[in-house]
Write a protein that binds this ligand. Structure first.
Ligand code: PRX
Length: 645
């Protein structure tokens, strides 16, 4: 629909098929990003109106705009345009928690109908373009319908992972003033059933902006339905009209908000917009997984995280792919569940987290051998650094040394994968995310804030120019967006990660350099956890650090100072209570593995906690604690070491 650009003979390649093609496209994407992305966007997507400029950006303000002036609806690209060619092809395979329950195959035609119906239900509830819709659901098809229904009518979805507590849910609802919640009566997770509706009810006591709640039925457990506010979803969908005209959106209109932990304070509502996000997630999905028509692709993430947004829903559907949604957990009914599902559905691309690989690698190899995994072509990992042992276990036992592993590095903020091998093209190297994808210019910064030019170097990872799916802001707090990502190294996007670049230019992400700790692939900020602990009446102060854990990657170690009146309490009970408070404020994912009670914390003379020392003690690295003499209270270090856990 857009005006044709010149250089037809050198059109940018949507589907990269050789390493040479990758290098040619990479160079073009860096030297002429507007031409590169303009061609990709024009050729492969459905626009209602062309853009007037491909990209305008200023990292100082910061302000980033892609495909300005263009209009589209992402659901037309993810659903409608496939109906003529593949209406009867499966769009989503739903694999339930219980293997005895049949899987459900949802075709593109059916997806269209469901999404339109749910979009009409939302409209009937008064939801309009720009309104925020909170989605708090298990991994059931209605979750995907709800996300897409919002996009259909231009409402901004804010999916909150259904493992978060009522307090965390309320914080997220209030931060962006959602008017409606879509949830379910409950959720199945392995042997457990969670009462999601009760969590919503509790949260809503603190959420005045919510006018209505739509409830999908899943577990059939009895729930409270508030008259006038709560409605069962199924009967409303039943009655709703099965077509819904897509709202025409500007490319820069918001598509969704997704909260991620910061190193300080409340979670950050990362704001993503329609056009650039669509182009980048679709392009990276196609290349990083080398998806071909007819393949079955499975990402084990939850749609409550960015991985699920970009690589279960939008990226795959924009390519007309078949994407699998799994409701359960890797250990139920047994540790072979993933492999059973791979064999059952003939999965070709499998994408999971290192923490899951490590957990499964601890179990007997009989679990993998029981199933035919020969359909697999590409294996992916995401969310945290993958250690060498896990990489080899995955390569040997799941890929049979025959499936390239794509170690994909990216973030909630980046919207899509930035650094990753392209399978069959880029030679892989264990623990390395390898090379930047087209459009991505990584830079390593040294201690003084200057870019490091040479290879074989280590530094802080920044990105020098924008790519289409970079988050545009933090909801309601643009200053925080600037401070967090564009202030440490002016003129660059700062990722918060450290990385090293080897002699050939491959990148290996070494981990966070701020106070975010990645536990089982989940980003956790230390500040909100400390705030939660400090709510305990017996606690005076606390500090959290991470320490290595062989399955979770990192686990949390808490140093807790008790108030004088608290010091006489039973410490085992206190530990339980502290973890209970964390569960209530954040969720069970943020529980502490170790809690050390201490009379003090090492502090600088200005009162700042020296986390470096606490980290070393938790890591049991006691040889080189650095200079402690400048501390306000140097004696406390000895005490902490003697009583370490
Ligand atoms: O530290 C990096 C780590 O996860 C962080 C982003 O977390 P989140 O926003 O929750 O998104 C996770 C899913 C994209 C990054 O700053 N991380 C992510 N992928 C990798 C990684 N660390 C090492 N290797 C990876 N492949």
């Amino acid at each position: 629909m857009c005006k044709r650009v010149q250089f037809k003979q050198h059109m940018s390649t949507y589907h990269l098929k050789s390493l040479e093609e990758y290098f040619v496209n990479y160079r073009k994407s860096i030297s002429k990003p507007e031409v590169f992305w303009g061609e990709i966007a024009e050729e492969h997507f459905l626009w209602r109106k062309p853009w007037t400029s491909v990209c305008e950006w200023d990292f100082d303000k910061p302000e980033i705009k892609w495909f300005q002036g263009a209009q589209l609806n992402i659901t037309e690209n993810c659903i409608d345009r496939h109906l003529l060619t593949r209406g009867e092809q499966t769009a989503i395979i739903f694999e339930p928690n219980d293997p005895q329950e049949s899987a459900v195959h949802i075709t593109y035609n059916q997806l269209h109908e469901k999404v339109c119906k749910l979009a009409n239900v939302l409209k009937d509830q008064g939801v309009k373009k720009g309104d925020r819709v909170c989605i708090y659901m298990p991994m059931i098809p209605e979750l995907a319908y709800a996300v897409l229904a919002c996009a259909r009518i231009g409402a901004i979805h804010s999916v909150v992972f259904a493992g978060f507590s009522s307090t965390a849910l309320a914080t997220r609802i209030n931060d962006c003033s959602c008017s409606i919640v879509v949830t379910s009566d409950g959720s199945y997770r392995g042997q457990k059933t969670l009462d999601l509706k009760a969590i919503v009810d509790e949260a809503l006591q603190q959420c005045p902006s919510i006018k209505s709640v739509l409830v999908a039925k899943r577990t059939e457990n009895p729930v409270h339905m508030e008259t006038g506010r709560d409605h069962w979803l199924a009967p409303l969908m039943e009655k709703a009209v099965s077509d819904c005209k897509p709202e025409i959106m500007d490319a820069e209109d918001p598509l969704f908000i997704l909260y991620t932990s910061g190193s300080t304070g409340k979670p950050k509502g990362m704001l993503h917009s329609c056009g650039g996000y669509m182009v980048y997630t679709a392009y990276t999905f196609k290349n990083v997984f080398q998806y071909k028509n007819g393949d079955v692709y499975w990402c084990t993430a939850d749609i409550g995280w960015i991985t699920g947004h970009s690589y279960i829903v939008y990226g795959p559907l924009a390519n007309g792919a078949t994407t699998l949604m799994f409701e359960g957990v890797p250990s139920y009914p047994d540790y072979d569940r993933f492999w059973e599902v791979v064999a059952k559905h003939g999965v070709n691309q499998f994408y999971t987290a290192p923490t899951a690989i490590r957990a499964l690698a601890k179990e007997s190899l009989e679990h993998t051998k029981k199933h035919d995994l020969s359909s697999l072509k590409v294996l992916g990992t995401v969310g945290e650094p993958i250690n060498e042992e896990a990489w080899h276990w995955y390569n040997d036992n799941i890929g049979d040394k025959n499936c390239p592993i794509v170690d994909t590095w990216w973030q909630t903020e980046t919207g899509g994968i930035l650094i990753s091998p392209i399978p069959f093209l880029t030679p892989t190297k264990p623990t390395y995310a390898t090379l930047p994808l087209p459009g991505i210019r990584p830079v390593l910064m040294d201690e003084t804030g200057s870019p490091i030019e040479n290879n074989s170097a280590q530094g802080r990872l920044c990105i020098a120019q924008p790519w289409p799916s970079i988050a545009r802001s933090i909801w309601g707090d643009h200053q925080r967006y600037k401070d967090t990502y564009f202030s440490a190294f002016p003129g660059y996007y700062f990722t918060g990660d450290g990385a090293l670049r080897d002699e050939v230019g491959y990148y290996r992400i070494t981990g966070r350099v701020d106070d975010v700790i990645i536990v089982s692939g989940h980003n956790l900020g230390t500040a909100p956890i400390e705030d939660a602990i400090n709510e305990h009446p017996a606690v005076a102060e606390s500090a959290i650090v991470g320490f290595p854990h062989d399955v979770k990657g990192n686990a949390l170690y808490g140093y807790v100072i008790l108030k004088e009146t608290g010091a006489d309490r039973n410490t085992e009970n206190l530990k339980k209570e502290i973890n209970q408070i964390i569960t209530e404020h954040i969720g069970p994912i943020a529980k502490l593995d170790k809690i050390q009670f201490t009379p003090g914390l090492p502090k600088t003379r200005s009162g700042k906690i020296m986390r470096r020392i606490l980290r070393k003690i938790a890591h049991n690295e006691l040889d080189n604690l650095g200079d402690t003499s400048t501390l306000l209270n140097p004696d406390i270090v000895e005490h902490l070491i003697e009583n370490r856990l």
